[in-house]
Write a protein of this length. Structure first.
Ligand SMILES: NC(=O)C1=CN([C@@H]2O[C@H](COP(=O)(O)OP(=O)(O)OC[C@H]3O[C@@H](n4cnc5c(N)ncnc54)[C@H](O)[C@@H]3O)[C@@H](O)[C@H]2O)C=CC1
Ligand SMILES: O=C(O)[C@@H]1CCC=N1
Length: 272
């Protein structure tokens, strides 16, 4: 096992859906020991069942050793039902919740007194090692547990820590939900290509390669996105004509501000 993925005991994932599954895929691919990895999920997808069987991870164990780490990746609406069921699995255990909106105080209230809790907001590019996760810890988290949380999330991408938990709603709205905005860009570019006369296949291929290529360029250089945009834009050219539309007063910036505000508001609502 790679040194950065060494967990001092079993890992239990509660909720192996899209986000939990993406992280687990990343960890298993990067050497997490499947024999010390357990999943609780009453309704896993057939693909998840097949993937767990293939990797040797135990699904819905009837008994298991006390976990060192629990990853909580059920829907926020399930928190009240699920948190009490975890009490018997918690003894010097680090609980990492990725649930949108659910605050450290809410999580602490549902867990045994003194539980070490980290709230994390990853995103689904974790499945390919390209997540960005923001974490915030309660005051029961030991330095060694902070390092475990950091290692797990660093194994699937970039990591940043916050001191001010109130910023997690904005984080969720920007990077937690953000991949969906980018996928929507690929979808809408495809549709626009169709409307411009391309075949469905050609439009989808061009849109996918363009979004992926532009993302890769952004990833591989420190050049600010505004400069990369200007590098595409010849004065009086085709891009400038499109950007006149996209950068109008009611264009992408105004829309994105509204979208991020809506997501942050929903995050706050899910927390209450
Ligand atoms: N999907 C995303 O991009 C991100 C999701 N999150 C958070 O991750 C959490 C999960 O979201 P998704 O994976 O998208 O949802 P999902 O619906 O794909 O996965 C939830 C999983 O929980 C399982 N589940 C339901 N009841 C359960 C129980 N009692 N015990 C154990 N498992 C149970 C379901 O069968 C399902 O497989 C949410 O709290 C969400 O806020 C955070 C960051 C990004
Ligand atoms: O849509 C949601 O609520 C979750 C949280 C961030 C991404 N997906």
């Amino acid at each position: 096992m790679a040194e950065w993925l060494q967990i001092p005991g079993p890992l239990l994932l509660v909720g192996a859906g899209k986000m939990g599954g993406a992280m687990l895929d990343g960890w298993i691919n990067l050497g997490l020991d499947p024999k010390s990895t357990y999943v609780i999920d009453p309704q896993p997808s057939p693909e998840m069942v097949a993937s767990l069987e293939a990797s040797g991870v135990t699904l819905n164990p009837t008994e298991m050793p006390m976990p060192a780490v629990i990853i909580l990746a059920v829907k926020p609406q399930m928190a009240d039902a699920v948190l009490p069921t975890l009490r018997s699995y918690i003894h010097q255990t680090l609980v990492i919740s990725v649930m949108a909106g659910k605050t450290l105080a809410t999580l602490e209230a549902g867990l045994p007194a003194g539980a070490a809790v980290v709230r994390a907001m990853p995103n689904t590019p974790a499945a390919v090692g390209r997540s960005i996760t923001v974490l915030v810890a309660n005051d029961k988290v030991a330095q060694s547990q902070r390092e475990i949380a950091d290692s797990l999330m660093a194994a699937v991408g970039e990591v940043a820590w916050l001191e001010d938990e109130s910023l997690m709603d904005a984080v969720t709205a920007v990077s937690g939900s953000g991949p969906a905005y980018v996928f929507l860009l690929a979808e809408t570019l495809t549709y626009a290509g169709l409307r411009a006369g391309l075949s469905a296949d050609m439009a989808a291929t061009l849109a996918r390669a363009t979004v992926a290529g532009a993302g890769e360029l952004l990833h591989r250089t420190d050049i600010p996105p505004a400069v990369l945009r200007k590098n595409v834009t010849s004065p009086g050219g085709t891009t400038a004509a499109a950007l006149d539309v996209l950068m109008a007063d009611d264009g992408m910036e105004a829309l994105m501000i509204k979208a991020v505000e809506a997501a942050a508001k929903r995050s706050r609502e899910l927390g209450s």
